[in-house]
Design a protein around this ligand. Structure first.
Ligand SMILES: Nc1ncnc2c1ncn2[C@@H]1O[C@H](COP(=O)(O)OP(=O)(O)OP(=O)(O)O)[C@@H](O)[C@H]1O
Ligand SMILES: [Mg+2]
Length: 507
């Protein structure tokens, strides 16, 4: 007898419909799975066999062939177990076939017959809706994630027994819809008010958050670079539902999403400097998203920037500019989103003390090597470059600066002004405007423009730098509630960029 079960395979960040055909006929006992599955798919034969037997069902001692169609699509992971088990149960007459037409099945099985969580359920639920299916059968732990998609019924099963109950029409659907869980959790213990002194650093962080600008912090050890960078997520605007869905989809596919329902905080990714280019921007034999994609809508923090391999940093240049990255492997090409705020931190020289009195002990070749490692084109893409010095000794006893919540309120006001200006465009904040949008939408006063031209003519800026200063000035003006960009806004933006050229001198 033949059965057909619908399931989905993850392809990039989307799901593709897969039909599991199970054929059982007389012959020597065998269980073959064909259809370009990886090792996990081949191993699912053992899980399905043991799960059925341990749940009190029969595993037919006949010739069983399962085909995952379309056969040309690569299939990975253990999420096909549940569909295979349903296929075997129906093809062997142990469950009726009626429910298979309108439902899709995903989930991993344990040998004992329990249904385990699997990856990418949100993308699968979106696929099920796209194909007009009635609903989706998922592991209990992933039910909240599946119910994020409207117009699709969700049935959560904990075991093979419950799966059979569902196939016999005895299990009800779940209709809960996971809400945006209120506030960030793990960020709660970090607050901007912990940072004493460093007003310029806190100010630059606020501008970075308000306009989505990339930021480089450099200075001697212990100046507070890492401390500041880790507090950036606490002042970013709260997540919109669309953004949260996008993050949940990505994190669920790579297996990072452990909570139920929607991701409720912006990602903060801080990869170690030994990371490879494919780890950073995506790649691998089976293309997987990199850190820049995992940080989408959040923060990518590269601490000790000068320790990263130059080629790794250079791989970031295109994604930073475009907001997405295309990974090509063989015949396959996958496009991943990559709109994260990049924050980088570095010491000015290998010993860390260049520019701090005469403490620097680095030789000329050391300095030259350090300078070479900081990719010039990458630094040119960083809108804000700030030199942090050790706070004065009195700073620790000073009264506290603004709290994260106070700053986030200002950031959200500035973002609201930007969304109005950018309505209908793909860009959602100043940093994302392309050159045409920058020239069309940023209104600057005459003195502001002449100051910018002066800086350009004095060779402080590249053409890209010119545009970026204008965008940062726009953000500073938005924070100040000014309709046009004035000379003082350009002045502040220039001051926050020239440190970049001084970094080369100090090193
Ligand atoms: N401005 C500050 N206010 C309060 N504490 C600070 C400040 N700066 C540094 N500290 C304290 O010093 C510690 C080290 O700071 P941090 O790790 O941010 O330094 P860093 O600039 O990243 O140094 P490195 O170059 O060695 O990485 C912090 O954990 C914090 O306790
Ligand atoms: Mg540090």
């Amino acid at each position: 007898m033949l059965s057909r079960v619908t399931t989905f395979a993850i392809d990039g960040l989307r799901s593709r419909r897969v039909t599991v055909e199970v054929d059982i006929r007389p012959g020597l006992p065998a269980f073959t799975v064909v259809g370009l599955g990886d090792a996990a798919v081949r191993e699912s034969r053992e899980r399905v066999r043991a799960a059925l037997l341990n749940s009190g069902f029969e595993f037919p001692s006949r010739r069983i062939t399962a085909n995952l169609a379309p056969a040309a699509l690569h299939k990975a992971g253990p999420g096909f177990d549940l569909a295979l088990a349903a296929g075997v149960l129906v093809a062997s007459g142990q469950a009726p076939p009626e429910m298979l037409d309108q439902w899709a099945f995903v989930g991993e099985l344990s040998l004992g017959g329990e249904v385990r969580p699997c990856r990418g359920v949100l993308a699968v639920a979106e696929g099920a809706r796209q194909f007009g299916l009635r609903g989706l059968v998922v592991p209990v732990e992933r039910a909240d994630e599946a119910t994020l998609v409207d117009d699709i019924a969700v049935v959560a099963v904990a075991s093979i027994k419950e799966l059979v109950g569902f196939l016999c029409g005895e299990l009800k659907t779940r209709a809960t819809r996971a809400a945006l869980v209120s506030k960030a959790t793990s960020n709660d213990e970090l607050d901007l008010a912990d940072v004493r002194g460093q007003e310029a650093g806190v100010g630059a962080l606020e501008i970075a958050a308000a306009g989505g600008h990339n930021l480089l912090l450099w200075g001697p050890p212990g100046a507070g670079k890492t401390m500041l960078a880790r507090r950036l997520p606490t002042i970013l605007p709260s997540l919109q539902r669309e953004e949260a869905l996008e993050i949940t989809r990505i994190h669920s596919i790579v297996g990072l999403h452990s909570t139920a329902g929607l991701v409720n905080e912006r990602p903060f990714r801080a990869p170690h400097h030994t990371i490879s280019s494919s780890g950073l921007v995506g790649g691998g034999a089976v293309p997987a998203p990199g850190e820049v994609t995992l940080a989408h809508h959040g923060v990518l923090f590269l601490d000790e920037l000068s320790e990263f391999a130059r080629s790794t940093l250079d791989a970031l240049r295109q994604p930073l500019e475009d907001g997405w990255v295309t990974v090509v492997r063989g015949q396959r090409s996958v496009r991943y989103p990559a709109r994260a705020i990049l924050v980088a931190a570095t010491n000015p020289c290998p010993c860390g003390y260049a520019g701090v009195g005469d403490r620097c002990r680095c030789s000329e070749p050391d300095l030259a090597r350090h300078r070479r490692r900081l990719s010039g084109p990458l630094v040119d893409r960083l809108d804000l470059c700030l030199s942090l010095q050790r706070p004065a000794i009195g700073a620790l006893t000073q009264s506290k600066g603004p709290t994260s919540e106070q700053v986030r309120t200002r950031v959200e006001q500035a973002r609201a002004i930007q969304s109005k200006r950018l309505r209908g465009l793909r860009a959602t904040c100043n940093a994302q405007m392309d050159s045409r949008q920058t020239s069309d939408l940023v209104r600057a006063s005459g003195p502001a423009l002449s100051l910018l031209d002066l800086a350009y003519n004095a060779s402080f800026l590249s053409m890209r730098g010119h545009q970026r200063v204008l965008k940062v000035a726009r953000t500073i003006a938005d924070l100040a509630g000014s309709v046009t960009v004035e000379r003082e806004h350009v002045g502040s933006a220039l001051a926050l960029r020239q440190h970049g050229s001084r970094l080369g001198e100090a090193a």
